[in-house]
Design a protein around this ligand. Structure first.
Ligand code: ZN
Length: 408
């Protein structure tokens, strides 16, 4: 690991104008890096910097070594362009192939790929992994549910790959049209969105499949850098090519294994556009210990949200995804909630509004939720239970956190 890391730093300082400038600005001396832990003294790389490097400012090899580019969607501002060498493309296919194997997919499977092809990394990444494994790829691309279902039946697809929301569309159509006996799916790989446990169960139930969570981002190859195994105790990530850290998004300090924070990724072997300490803005944690499957690869927990969603109360970082998880584990309350934060007499006060199903006493439910919150998130909160259905719901992302501290 350290050898790969040292060679990355050498490549960056020799071949990458982007990092040459950054190292000079931050006064980085790569000869001072002696252990893997020394990484904490090196600067982060942010999405804004990648945007500013548009179009090819990140390239760290000569032009003749670049065989392909991909680009992030760029919903705001300029997109990020990532150049790949032949070895990067090969390595990505290898990682994706490992993902397929980890999900129990074999050469005998027929894999229907519904993410988009093109500048976006998803479709082509899955395709390469499926071909590397030796299974049969059915490269559908997105949309046209009618045709998807027809091909799924005619070709007897056994694996469905897509976004979880598209998985749900397929599941609902299959159920509505009574096609359950005509399809042969046995597994699904879904990723790229934070998806609730309920949605996952529904897809599994309607389609009769086992589902796997896959993780990745265009800046770091694309999808396929982590996936959960049959035990579903977190996603294994390919730690021989990638170094993961979890930091406090507020202070940048590296957090111990097991604590939630922002995922930061360093690419150890990438050539075209290697990245040092890239801040993903994804909130998760590294899971300590070995998985029940015995794999030597370390694990990442499910993504619980984005750093933009985080709030800090009395010095404790709170993420909406943590509250989702907490409420799921408590009987008699729904998944809906609101958080109100105010500043009273020089102190932060947090109120958590939840919905209860009316079977129990309000005060006992409130006390139980407050105890759980204190125990698992480490903060004392006021809990207000309201009747089921009283909190607002909407199809789009519901605003759940109301921070009144800056309003005066
Ligand atoms: Zn495992």
């Amino acid at each position: 690991m350290l050898d790969k890391f040292k060679s990355l730093l050498e490549r960056l300082s020799k071949n990458s104008p982007f990092y040459q400038e950054k190292f000079a600005q931050c006064g980085v001396d790569i000869d001072k890096v002696r252990t893997m832990e020394d990484i904490k003294h090196l600067p982060f790389t942010t999405k804004e910097e990648l945007r500013d490097a548009y179009p090819l400012g990140l390239q760290a090899v000569s032009d003749e070594d670049v065989v392909r580019i991909h680009s992030s969607s760029g919903t705001t501002g300029k997109p990020v362009i990532i150049p790949y060498t032949a070895k990067d493309v090969d390595m990505w296919a290898e990682m994706m192939c490992r993902c397929m194997r980890t999900a129990g997919i074999t050469k005998k499977d027929r894999v229907q790929i519904t993410p988009g092809y093109g500048l976006w990394t998803a479709g082509i990444g899955f395709q390469a992994g499926v071909e590397r494994l030796g299974a049969m790829a059915v490269p559908m691309g997105p949309g046209n549910t009618e045709k998807q279902l027809q091909m799924m039946m005619d070709l007897k697809s056994t694996v469905l790959i897509g976004t979880s929301s598209y998985g749900l569309v397929i599941a609902e159509e299959v159920s509505k049209r009574g096609l359950r006996d005509k399809i042969h799916l046995r597994k699904g790989i879904f990723g790229s969105e934070r998806w609730g446990e309920k949605m996952r169960r529904r897809i599994e139930l309607e389609l009769g499949i086992e589902t796997y969570d896959i993780y990745g981002l265009t800046e770091i190859y694309g999808p396929g850098i982590a996936i959960d195994c049959h035990f579903h105790e977190g996603m294994h990530y390919w730690d021989d090519h990638l170094y993961f850290e979890i930091i406090d998004p507020d202070t940048g300090e590296v957090l111990p294994e097991g604590e939630f924070g922002e995922l930061v990724i360093t690419t150890l072997t990438k050539e075209g556009a290697p990245l040092l300490r890239y801040r993903t803005r994804d909130l998760t944690r590294l899971i300590p210990g070995r998985c029940s499957c015995g794999s030597p690869h370390k694990r990442l927990d499910r993504i619980i949200g984005r750093t933009d969603d985080m709030v800090k109360v009395k010095g404790v970082n709170i993420y909406p995804g943590q509250i989702d998880g907490l409420l799921r584990s408590i009987d008699g309350v729904s998944s809906e909630y609101q958080v109100l934060i105010s500043h009273v007499d020089g102190k932060d006060v947090m109120t958590l509004r939840i919905e209860m199903d009316g079977q129990r006493h309000r005060s006992s439910v409130e006390r139980m939720v407050a105890d759980h919150f204190k125990k698992h998130i480490g903060l004392s909160v006021n809990v207000e239970a309201v009747r089921l259905g009283a909190l607002p719901r909407s199809e789009k992302k519901t605003k759940r956190i109301f921070d009144y501290r800056d309003v005066s």
